[in-house]
Design a protein around this ligand. Structure first.
Ligand code: 6PG
Length: 232
């Protein structure tokens, strides 16, 4: 039986950015303190932008051990990296251009990302075990670029799958469920009334929604949501 999900509920986007930044900073610091590095898969879409901007600001921007942080993405649109639709471009503008992460520790999810993913220390099953994975939630309950009914949801061997998504831009790469579920900590950031139904269904683990299948085998699952998304 999967433990019930108790989300952290905040009033709105600004408070979600703050809470997500603090949650992330705490786990980033702990990963570096305990294991000498933090391997982090960033989320795409719009919701995480506030959190990433907040992490570039005091006290996080100057205080966090960025030199020991390694980043990639939980999914990416197959567009040029300088295209405004690129998740890489969003994170660069909001965070990566403003903190001293060594460029050689930033791994865009492009081409064949497998070698970069294999740099992440594996779990006992050989899956890359990220310290942190950020995710948003689609209105249809997708997470990363794992969309309802997509065969990629069944992937049990590959680390990454190419998909054609209903959400534009259509051609994407996504981490697969075994990688998401190998993580030490997964954070869903969910805001806005448009996500209300999806969030309600994911919190009761409706199996029809891909996000319901994000259940870390040996890790923390956290939702930080605003009151609009929760429907209160
Ligand atoms: C993407 C994202 C996707 C996103 C959700 C929510 O590349 O589109 O990875 O999974 O997290 O669609 O998007 P918003 O945060 O923009 O609502």
């Amino acid at each position: 039986m999967v433990a019930a999900i108790t989300p952290v509920v905040v009033p709105g986007p600004a408070e979600l950015a703050e809470a997500a930044a603090r949650w992330t900073a705490d786990r980033l610091r702990a990963a570096v303190a305990e294991r000498g590095a933090c391997h982090w898969a960033l989320a795409g879409g719009e919701t995480p932008r506030g959190c990433y901007r907040r992490l570039a600001q005091p006290p996080f921007g100057a205080q966090l051990p960025w030199a020991r942080v390694f980043v990639t993405w939980s999914d990416e649109r197959q567009v040029p990296l300088d295209d405004p639709a690129s998740n890489y471009a969003m994170a660069r503008a909001a965070l990566l251009d403003h903190v001293p992460i060594p460029p050689e520790q930033v791994f865009p999810l492009v081409g064949d990302p497998t070698p970069a993913l294999r740099r992440v220390p594996p779990d006992d099953g050989g899956w890359p075990r990220f310290d942190l994975i950020h995710l948003g939630l689609g209105e249809d309950g997708h997470a990363a670029s794992l969309f309802p009914g997509d065969p990629a949801l069944e992937e049990q061997r590959a680390l990454v799958r190419a998909v054609v998504a209903v959400k534009p831009p259509p051609r994407r790469l996504t981490l697969t469920l075994p990688v998401l579920n190998a993580a030490r900590a997964v954070l869903f950031m969910v805001q806005g009334a448009a996500k209300r139904e999806a969030l309600e269904r994911v919190m009761r683990r409706d199996p029809a929604l891909p996000a319901s299948h994000v259940q870390p085998v040996d890790g923390e699952l956290q939702f930080i949501v605003d009151t609009e998304a929760l429907g209160r």
